[in-house]
Design a protein around this ligand. Structure first.
Ligand code: FES
Length: 610
């Protein structure tokens, strides 16, 4: 089946999807999370989008929920409408979950925007012989607030006041006068939020006056040449005497490059960036601060620092305003870092009465369960399989990766970039295994059955390839699909996926046991991280990756780590909240638990639900 192009506005982001894919899912593929409070049930009406080009007929559910005027003007529900031909779709800000909607979970309205960086324009009386006054005192009297002034700012004060005829803007950050600028510059107040992942870096430029997102840049973490998981990076700092410095310079140079790109895209001056907030896993945060992460690699996986760090950007070699600060979020434990604190902050789990569960599947899988009374967190080494590692033809979710698989009469699949398939990424594997389980090619223990055992149709049977090491399933026949090679899901791949999902499922069960709650007690599951956006809920439930609760209770929250870092920039209260979250969250080291054993993992491996 050929793929269809869907373009989303604003942003002109295009993806290729299979015919029949919902707009909600296609948007997720494009990295846009559409708000879906009813879990795509077609009852809340919150996922409205507008078809600008293309023919997408309204369904009977949409006819009930939307007005006739809406339907005739092209409005549709993203969860109900299916893409069947090339189309251009506008997603209004009210339907976007990723940026503003997540932010509004922490900040309800613009009045609550109160960044730790603020500016004040003042026109000073020039000192005279009759009333001499020190320059700094003039400012103190005018701003009517107590502050500390950096010696570098004091040194430049006299020249700036003279040059600006005593009409200046003072910039304050966390109680310090960090800059005095000529004229009224109150309209230019910016900050950059970084999510520093082991694999991916995301930087967002924010207008600190309005909370508006001005530009976003995403890149691969250049430290990847020193290993693709945190343990190999830590090992590199141990085996190479300059390892820490090499990792530090790699990341700081890349962040500077991203800041420069963000500034160019938004047409602003980097000197008007007065704060950077960094959320990352504990290892990444240590390295960003040039602190050795060695202790994180050995029992008891101890942090060097858990509290937040506020440090002058110039001390970290970050090129923004010369006296600006960098705020690095606090961590929780060795493998639950500031990115998890940021996720909790963004979802506001720590303020809810109901029990909520956060699952953030990245290179590591972090799990958080709790409410405003008690929060517990754990980390599992689940990521490599979901990111393509250890899978025979696995690859990251980039161009050429099979990201979706549907099996009915025969196999249908979708490839990122609408190109020839080259391998399979995590979501494709989850889909593939879930569909094979549904059709009976995989039994409940995870075994791929033989051709003679399979009871279904011939199209599927002929794809079961029997080998000495077990049976494989031929997903893509190389000749038939422009692919340079056939693509299989092997028995070993299924076992790898079972192990990875068992690690997460076992982690969730242990946290549930600890809080004494069942699946029924969980009012909402937040799937965080880029990977989380693309997981199909039914398939994730079918293989037992996430609790078997109704789909409307499962919400995609996008890059919640990035959202948390943005909240920190927009409100000084949020900085305080990150500390509270870090202090209140109880960490459970799964490997230290006697119930996190082989038997339990086995049980979790074979808990597939049809
Ligand atoms: Fe589409 Fe609720 S109506 S998510």
């Amino acid at each position: 089946m050929s793929s269809i192009k869907a373009t989303f506005k604003p942003g002109n982001c295009s993806v290729y999807v299979l015919s029949g894919t919902s707009i909600l899912e296609a948007a997720g593929r494009a990295g846009i999370v559409i708000t879906s409070p009813c879990g795509g049930g077609g009852t809340c009406g919150k996922c409205r989008v507008k078809i600008l080009e293309g023919n997408i007929l309204a369904t009977s559910i949409e006819e009930k929920i939307l007005s006739k005027e809406d339907i005739s003007s092209g409005v549709r529900l993203a969860c109900q409408s299916k893409i069947t031909s090339a189309c251009i779709i506008d997603i209004p800000p009210t339907s976007r979950e990723s940026a503003q909607q997540i932010l509004t979970k922490g900040i309800q309205n613009k009045k609550e925007i109160k960044p730790s960086v603020w500016k004040k324009y003042i026109e000073l009386e020039k000192p005279t012989l009759a009333s001499p006054q020190a320059n700094l005192n003039l400012i103190r009297e005018a701003v009517k607030t107590s502050f500390h002034a950096d010696i570098y700012v004091i040194r430049s004060l006299s020249a700036i006041l003279d040059e600006a005829d005593y009409k200046v803007t003072c910039v304050f950050s966390d109680g310090e006068l960090i800059s005095v600028e000529k004229g009224d510059t109150t309209g230019t107040d910016y900050g950059v939020a970084f999510d520093i992942g082991t694999t991916t870096l995301v930087g967002t430029l924010l207008d600190l006056n309005t909370g508006e997102e001005l530009a976003l840049v995403s890149r691969t973490n250049p430290q990847i040449i020193y290993g693709d998981d945190v343990i190999s990076r830590i090992n590199f700092t141990i085996t190479d005497k300059d390892g820490l410095d090499k990792l530090f310079y790699k990341i700081s140079r890349e962040m500077n490059d991203m800041i420069s790109q963000l500034s160019k895209e938004a047409g602003i001056n980097i000197h008007n960036i007065y704060k950077v907030a960094i959320a990352g896993n504990s290892t990444m945060q240590h390295v960003c601060l040039r602190i050795t992460p060695k202790s994180l690699a050995k029992i008891p996986f101890n942090l060097v620092i858990r509290e937040p760090v506020e440090i002058k950007a110039k001390k970290l070699g970050i090129d923004i305003n010369s006296d600006a600060f960098v705020y690095v979020l606090p961590s929780i434990a060795g493998f639950v870092g500031g990115d998890t604190v940021a996720c909790i902050l963004a979802t506001q789990l720590h303020k809810k009465n109901d029990i909520k569960l956060i699952i953030d599947i990245g290179t590591n899988g972090e799990i958080v369960l709790g409410n405003n009374k008690r929060i517990i967190a754990a980390s599992t080494a689940a990521g490599p399989s979901f990111e393509g590692a250890r899978i025979s033809q696995g690859m990251r979710a980039t161009i050429g990766a099979i990201e979706k698989v549907i099996i009915n009469e025969d196999v249908e699949y979708n490839v990122i970039g609408n190109t020839a398939p080259f391998g399979i990424c995590g979501t494709g594997l989850i889909d593939g295994v879930a569909e094979l389980l549904k059709t009976g090619v995989i039994d409940e223990t995870g075994r791929i059955v033989s051709q003679s055992e399979y009871k279904g149709n011939e199209n599927i049977r002929r794809r079961i390839i029997e080998t000495e090491k077990g049976n494989d399933f031929l997903l893509v026949d190389g000749h038939a699909a422009r692919s340079k090679r056939p693509i299989f899901i092997s028995q070993k791949d299924v076992r790898e996926l079972q192990l990875a999902k068992a690690a997460i499922a076992a982690g969730i069960k242990i946290l549930q046991k600890e809080l004494n709650v069942t699946d029924k007690d969980i009012s909402e599951v937040y799937l965080a991280g880029a990977f989380g956006n693309f997981i199909r809920r039914t398939n994730a439930k079918r293989i037992g990756l996430i609790p078997n609760i109704s789909s409307e209770k499962i919400a995609f929250v996008g890059n919640a780590s990035s959202s948390g870092a943005k909240l920190v920039l927009l409100s000084c209260d949020m900085e305080k909240e990150t500390e509270d979250i870090s202090n209140q969250t109880h960490y459970i080291e799964l490997s230290a638990r006697s119930d996190f054993n082989e038997n339990f993992m086995n049980e979790m491996m074979f808990s597939e639900k049809k």
